[in-house]
Design a protein around this ligand. Structure first.
Ligand code: NAD
Length: 433
């Protein structure tokens, strides 16, 4: 099948690569000419395990093409996926500018029947807006489908290749069947393709993210209370996780969730509620607890350094919003580092993949170190902000040898409090005393 994927970001690039991997001819389109130039040279702009191999193979075998030529890609394709960003507006509503611009351009470029598939996360009712835009621009027939994406950054290729489920929102069953065929190679082991109406598909994506975010905020709230009452959130988590009605996923407390999805998607769902005069009370609390969580981490630091943070030096391990990605969009590390800098502290940081992104955000305001040990030389405290695998079993003697003071604030609970205290560290974590 001939496919165009509009938007070559975390979702579009993975989707394009994986559709090509299953034999389709795919044109990946982006307005960012620099990004397309890099991709043409084989430079992958994001860190995503397994993706470079897939892109390289499919470009070599001429199934995957990167282009800025929107019209040509649309004309060649039967199915056109829209995978551009839907960032938050100040009110929390999703910004649909890019999606509607793309719809306009597709409408203008269409020369025959097309199946247009919205993969971007968009609020309920967006497909109707897209349909109106398309109808203004073209007399050609089309079907408009919703196909929200559930991949996780850091495991995106694996998730796309073996999804738990594929959701297809189609008001016309025949068009839905085209997508069912396209996804058939990915669901051979029996994962369901849920064929639903478009509004339900749009809502389902927000429901999934809101539910996962709620689990994290719930655990953060429990962890905070554990600190107050002297209970251990690790054991609470294990106790909950072993209950088959609850399960183990998304129960880890920490410094709050970030990334380009959870924070914006819960706010967009709250906004949808507001537009229908319905208060999403649980989600408002999920958001508020999350905002408080990074601030609470800062309070622990301030409480330890009673004489203030001015001229203190902090080493930060982990900058990306979660491990196995270079993405720093809405990463808790940004809030934490900004608040330290704001109080006159100096910061050195290390991340296995997000150093280029960090440079764009902080410039020369923090020192970017080439190793995790280098970043804590002369530090008054080490902050664990992202739980990369490489931080889990460090050489604590080496840490002690290079730090000025032996203090660790572990925002991800990756070390054992008893062991760390035995080693002579002042050690703070989340929900464990
Ligand atoms: P991204 O910012 O990484 O990529 C978006 C791309 O679209 C950029 O490369 C941008 O240059 C391009 N673009 C913008 N306007 C364009 C236009 N008019 N024509 C062509 N290209 C254009 O975004 P992302 O993280 O891939 O997310 C895309 C959508 O998928 C969002 O709605 C997001 O909520 C959703 N989503 C993201 C994830 C994730 O893990 N990142 C997971 C599921 C769903």
């Amino acid at each position: 099948m001939n496919i165009a994927v509009i938007g070559t970001g975390y979702v579009g690039l993975v989707a394009g690569g994986c559709f090509a991997e299953s034999g389709n001819d795919v044109w990946c389109v982006d307005i960012d000419a620099e990004k397309i130039e890099k991709l043409k040279k084989g430079i992958i702009p994001i860190y995503e395990p397994g993706l470079p191999e897939i892109v390289e193979r499919n470009v070599r075998e001429e199934r995957l093409t990167f282009t800025t030529d929107f019209d040509a890609a649309v004309k060649k394709s039967l199915v056109i996926f829209v995978a551009v960003g839907t960032p938050p507006t100040p009110s929390g509503a999703a910004d649909l500018t890019a999606v509607l611009n793309v719809a306009r351009s597709i409408g203008r470029a269409m020369d025959r029947y097309k199946v247009i598939v919205v993969k971007s996360t968009v609020p309920v009712g967006t497909s109707e807006k897209i349909r109106e835009v398309l109808k203004k621009e073209t007399k050609q027939p089309f079907d408009l489908l919703s196909n929200p994406e559930f991949l996780k950054q850091g495991a995106a290729v694996e998730d796309f290749m073996k999804p738990d489920r594929v959701v297809v929102g189609a008001d016309d069953v025949r068009a839905g069947e085209i997508l069912r065929d396209l996804y058939a190679p990915f669901v051979r082991t029996g994962s369901p393709v849920l064929l639903v109406d478009v509004r339900t598909a749009e809502m389902l994506k927000y429901a999934a993210n809101a539910f996962l975010a709620a689990r994290i905020s719930f655990m953060n709230e429990l962890a905070n209370l554990c600190e107050e009452v002297g209970a251990n959130v690790d054991m609470i988590r294990k106790g909950l996780a072993s209950d088959s009605r609850i399960g183990p996923a998304f129960l880890f407390p920490g410094v709050g969730f970030g990334g380009s999805c959870f924070p914006k998607d819960i706010r967009a769902l709250i906004d949808t509620g507001r537009q229908h005069q319905y208060d999403m009370k649980i989600l408002e609390a999920v958001d508020a607890v999350n905002q408080r969580q990074a601030a609470r981490f800062g309070e622990k630091i301030r409480k330890h350094f009673k004489d203030g943070l001015r001229d203190k030096r902090f080493g930060v391990w982990g900058l990306s919003f979660k491990p196995r990605t270079n993405d720093m969009r809405y990463a808790p590390s940004i809030k934490i580092i900004e608040s330290l800098l704001g109080e006159g502290a100096s910061v050195a940081a290390y991340d296995p993949e997000a150093m280029d992104e960090a440079k764009k955000i902080f410039g020369n305001r923090i020192q970017l170190s080439s190793s995790n040990y280098g970043c804590i030389e002369g530090a008054d405290a080490l902050l664990i902000v992202t739980e990369w695998q490489a931080f889990r079993n460090p050489n604590f003697d080496r840490i002690k040898a290079v730090m000025r003071q032996h203090v660790i604030f572990d925002g991800r609970n990756i070390y054992d409090p008893v062991q760390l205290r035995q080693l002579g560290f002042a050690y703070y974590s989340v929900g464990r005393v």
